[in-house]
Design a binder for this molecule. Structure first.
Ligand SMILES: O=C(O)CCC(=O)C(=O)O
Ligand SMILES: [Fe+2]
Length: 367
C-alpha cells in the first residue's frame, strides 16, 4: 500500500484490525462507552469554530502587529487556532500524511512488532487510549504510533519503518525540521502577545526540548455516537502543531462548555497551547480540552507534533507576568514531576495541571 493516498485509504474497507487484537475492530463492549462519556454529536455546535490566522505578513517581515494580536487573542480565548500561509511545503505534508496513513494498511502482524519495541527507542504504540475516570475498562476507536524526532539526523525510528514504511521515514526528518522552525516562529508571536521579548517562551522551555511525532488513525465506526476516537484531554507538553485529513472532520474543542468542530482546511495546521505554556503564561494562554470523534464513512488521520520541555527543565510562571493583581497561579516544578503525575492520572482523572495550582481558580482557568 506504499503508493496509495490518504483518499484511497479513506475509501478502503472499514475492516481495520488493530495491532493488539485478533479480529477486525467492531463495537464490542470495550468500545461502547457509558452514556456520559459518549460524544453526543447532535449537541456539537457547527456554527462556531476556532480562529483562522494567516501568517503571510509575519513571514514576509511586513507589519505584524495584527498577527501578534490575533495569535494572543486566540491563545487566551480558545487555546486553539488554525494557520495558513505558514511556509511549510504542501507536498512534504501530503507525502508524510499519505505514508503515515499507509502504515495502518500494513498487516497487523507487522504493526504488532512495534508493540514489543524497547522503550529506549522512544516508542509508544497502540493504546494510550484510556477513558477519563474509567480505568482500563474501555478502549478508544483507533490506533496510534509515536516516536521522538532527532533534528540532527535520522529520526529515532524502529527498523519496522526502515523496512516497511520507507516513504514515512524519508519525509519525517525534513518535516520535523520544518516543524521546529514553525514552532519557534509561533513561540515568538505568542511571547510578543504576552508583552515579552520574542525569545522569551523559547528560552523558558530551554534548549534540550523534545519533538515527538505522533500519528493517530481512526477507522470508520459503525456507530460514532457510541464510541470515541480520542477521549477529552489537554496536551501535557508546551505546544502542539497538528496536520489532519483534509476531507474528514473529527477534532473538537471545548469552548464555553460546548464542543465545537475544527473544520479541516486545505494546507492548514491546527495549533494549540499545551499545559506548560498555560503555566508559563500564568494562566493567560489556555490549554484547552479537546477530543477526536469518529464517523461512519471515512478513516481519519491526524499528525500532531508535540513540543515538550526536557524532563530536567524547571517550569514556573514567568516573573514578568507576576504582579499584585496577578499572583502566581502555579508552583514551580521539574518537568519530570509533571510527567510522573501524568502517568499517575492516566486513565483516571486527566487533570494534571490542577495538581500544580497554588490557589484553585476554576473560573479563570479552562476546563
Ligand atoms: O486526532 C485529533 O485531531 C486529535 C489528536 C490529539 O489531540 C492528540 O493526539 O493529542
Ligand atoms: Fe491532543
Amino acid at each position: 500500500m506504499q503508493g496509495c493516498t490518504l483518499q484511497d485509504i479513506a475509501m478502503a474497507s472499514p475492516a481495520f484490525q488493530t495491532a493488539k487484537e485478533a479480529a477486525p475492530i467492531s463495537l464490542t463492549p470495550k468500545y461502547i462507552l457509558p452514556e456520559h462519556e459518549r460524544p453526543h454529536l447532535t449537541q456539537v455546535s457547527s456554527s462556531s469554530s476556532i480562529p483562522l490566522i494567516d501568517l503571510q505578513d509575519y513571514l514576509d517581515g511586513r507589519d505584524h502587529d495584527h498577527v501578534v494580536h490575533a495569535v494572543s487573542r486566540a491563545c487566551e480565548e480558545y487555546g486553539f487556532f488554525q494557520i495558513i500561509n505558514h511556509g511549510v511545503p504542501e507536498e512534504l505534508c501530503n507525502s508524510l500524511m499519505d505514508s503515515a496513513a499507509a502504515f495502518f494498511q500494513l498487516p497487523p502482524t507487522i504493526r504488532a512488532q512495534l508493540l514489543n519495541s524497547p522503550v529506549e527507542e522512544g516508542w509508544v504504540f497502540g493504546a494510550y487510549q484510556k477513558v477519563a475516570g474509567l480505568d482500563d475498562q474501555f478502549s478508544m476507536w483507533g490506533e496510534s504510533f509515536a516516536h521522538l524526532c532527532d533534528l540532527s539526523g535520522d529520526s529515532k525510528l524502529s527498523q519496522i519503518f526502515h523496512k516497511h514504511a520507507p516513504k514515512y521515514r524519508e519525509a519525517i526528518g525534513e518535516y520535523a525540521r520544518q516543524m521546529d522552525v514553525l514552532i519557534k516562529c509561533l513561540l515568538g508571536l505568542m511571547s510578543l502577545g504576552l508583552g515579552l521579548e520574542k525569545e522569551c517562551l523559547e528560552s523558558k522551555i530551554g534548549e534540550n526540548y523534545v519533538l515527538r511525532a505522533t500519528t493517530n488513525y481512526y477507522p470508520p465506526c459503525p456507530d460514532p455516537e457510541l464510541s470515541m476516537g480520542l477521549h477529552a484531554h489537554t496536551d501535557p507538553g508546551a505546544l502542539t502543531v497538528l496536520r489532519q485529513s483534509e476531507h474528514v472532520a473529527g477534532l473538537q474543542v471545548l469552548k464555553d462548555e460546548k464542543w465545537v468542530w475544527v473544520e479541516p482546511l486545505p494546507n492548514a495546521f491546527v495549533v494549540n497551547v499545551g499545559d506548560q505554556i498555560q503555566v508559563l503564561s500564568n494562566g493567560k494562554y489556555k490549554s484547552v480540552r479537546h477530543r477526536a470523534v469518529t464517523n461512519k464513512e471515512s478513516a481519519r488521520v491526524s499528525l500532531p507534533m508535540f513540543y515538550i520541555p526536557n524532563i530536567e527543565r524547571v517550569i514556573e510562571p514567568i516573573q514578568e507576568l507576576i504582579n499584585a493583581e496577578n499572583p502566581p497561579l502555579y508552583r514551580k516544578y521539574k518537568s519530570s514531576e509533571y510527567s510522573a503525575e501524568l502517568q499517575k492520572q492516566m486513565g483516571t482523572r486527566w487533570r494534571v495541571m490542577e495538581t500544580f495550582e497554588l490557589q484553585p481558580n476554576k473560573d479563570k482557568l479552562s476546563h
